[in-house]
Ligand binder design. Structure first.
Ligand SMILES: *Cc1c(COP(=O)(O)O)cnc(C)c1O
Length: 232
């Protein structure tokens, strides 16, 4: 398992390099977040030993257990899952980044609860780009007001936007939501006089298209760690 994680990680990095080249971008403009949710600490350690330093988790308690087990490693932890308000204190203090902020109340709690001695918490606002009623994420209409309010919170550093588009089998249409997200970032930066620098978009099945459309962070689980066979 250890060597297969290392070789899969290498293959994903190769895909990032190829996609970047084809888009006329530098590989180092795109950061890989290894999404380790549902996988044990040993899997994270294997990827770490293969050079990976940035990991993404979606379930708070599971993540806290693994963060404690791996405390001696120099890992940058990203929270990418749905956020319940009773979990904000744990998230605010165990993670370096949160990608899934979609309402002001959560952002306010994260800002209030981030420990003073820690640097500001990096934040992406999650957008419901496909307009699905069941998915989390703020609507495009409500985005400017939310972003402006979050930008004022003292213990947060607003970095950009995140989305999980609806799966699209037709590859020729996969780029549309990613292009829309890129345009939203540029538009809001101008409208709100902000300098957000992050587009968190692209997963195992669509990372190449996301990179072509300007992703600066891709969140890849399955293609590094294999299928997830349990959920919490
Ligand atoms: C699970 C998850 C991923 C990784 O998805 P894969 O298809 O396994 O690469 C990326 N982003 C979010 C928000 C996730 O929950």
């Amino acid at each position: 398992v250890v060597s297969s994680i290392a070789s899969k990680l290498q293959a994903v990095k190769q895909r990032i390099e190829t996609a970047a080249q084809q888009a006329g971008r530098e590989q180092n403009e795109i950061q890989l977040i290894a999404v380790s949710k549902t996988h044990p600490a040993e899997a994270i350690r294997a990827a770490y030993e293969a050079g990976q330093r940035v990991f993404g988790e979606s379930y708070v308690q599971e993540a806290l257990d693994k963060i404690a087990q791996l405390a001696s490693l120099n890992i940058e932890w990203h929270f990418i899952g749905p956020i319940q308000s009773n979990k904000t204190r744990a998230i605010a203090n165990a993670f370096n980044w949160v990608h899934s902020v979609d309402r002001l109340k959560i952002a306010q709690r994260l800002s209030e609860q981030r420990a003073e001695e820690l640097p500001a918490l990096n934040i992406c606002v999650q957008i419901n780009i496909s307009g699905e009623s069941t998915k989390s994420g703020v609507s495009v209409d409500e985005l400017p007001a939310l972003v402006e309010a979050i930008a004022l919170l003292p213990r947060l550093r607003l970095r950009g936007l995140m989305a999980i588009p609806q799966p699209e089998k037709d590859v020729s249409k996969q780029g549309l939501p990613f292009a829309q997200l890129r345009q939203l970032l540029a538009g809001i930066n101008e409208q709100c006089k902000l300098q957000m620098d992050t587009l968190s978009m692209g997963m195992s099945d669509d990372m190449d298209v996301a990179i072509a459309e300007g992703a600066t962070m891709v969140r890849v689980g399955t293609d590094i760690f294999g299928q997830r066979d349990y959920r919490r």
